[in-house]
Design a protein around this ligand. Sequence first.
Ligand code: NIG
Ligand code: FE
Length: 427
Amino acid sequence: MSLIIYNTGMLVQTREESVAFTAGKDMAVLPVIENGWLLIEDGIIAGFGPPETIPAFSSVIPGLDAGGGYVFPAFCDPHTHLVYAGSREKEYTDKIRGLSYEEIAKRGGGILNSAKLLHETSEDELFRQSMERVREVISFGTGAVEIKSGYGLTTEDELKMLRVIRRIREESPVTVRSTFLGAHAVPAGYRDDRRGYVNLIVEEMIPAVAAARLADYIDVFCDRGFFTPEETARILEAGARHGMRPKIHANELDFSGGIQTGVEHGALSVDHLEFTGDDEIAALLGSGTMPTLLPGAAFFLGMTNPPARKMIDAGLPLAMASDYNPGSSPSGNMKLVVSLGCIRLRLLPEEAINAVTVNAAYAMGLSETHGSITVGKKANLFITKKIPSYEFLPYAYGSNLVETVILNGEVVSNHTSHIANRNSQIS
Ligand code: NIG
Ligand code: FE
């Protein structure tokens, strides 16, 4: 099955050769082709180029008129908690009244509140609620998403969450990576026995998750008031023995030592990083661990921003993710994340787009297949409305400019007038 996309305003993030990630000054480089065409064959990008090189056979295969819209590789979202039950807007109101994220957590709200709701919700219902979010993020242009457990906090409920993630992977066209996050919070029953809970994770949960092959990665919330670097190290080492590479929460609430612990354990990414100083930057440089920022969470909680400019200027790569979750970021809109990256982290539009495409693909182990318009990569793309420039994407921060979403070469979401088959009109 072939499809040619033509009459584009621009193809954005075109790479002849796949790159693992962009770092430092290279993050400001965003390759594009004006008015380009793009050929899809059997779900894979088979060719692309400037308008004068459009293949002659393009007039006899199905075509999609982009109407001057821009074609981007679909967003990769390398950090979400989008499998959850219910919502937590009451806590949101408490925050407006002045309670902090940590104060809410101490009162049994926060993650423990979501764990209670999840426990009371059936697996089918959890899948149904989560799929609504998956469909929404696809319509916003996301083509790959990492999803964490971490609202179970018992072996049984963590497995339930991970099975829901597996079902999303099987039943949705979006590419899914799954992460075991048993160490998201210490459950109420273990408040006075933290060691007992870490033992449970190491001795029971990790082996059970690994035996059922339910997780690609392992995560720990390594931060003040949650898990210490020592506890984190123990959990990551147990995960490594079962083939799970770390992708951890670090330095959201303090200089917690999480970044160094992640790097020492070969983490694929360390995420949040609001508290990042010179030592953390030095640890990350040359490490292969992708610093991943979640500007939606800092925005929603009204917290400090990470020093993104300083990190890029030091030569680091950066990825960004939505952190879609009921407590600190109830949004999976990656276009908004691009805007927040520009507005709040002072990223250039080129840097922000690299952060949610090639670098985000790296942060979820998908560099080979996702994150750029490159021959041989999966045809996961979105087409915008007709726009004047790619800078317009973050600039128009409140408009949904994503009109058509193509995953595995098939149109899966279409709010538009893009004409899906020009040749049916010709014949
Ligand atoms: O990434 N920081 C830890 N975990 C989530 C929040 C989870 C929640 O509040 O439910 C986060 O922000
Ligand atoms: Fe998170």
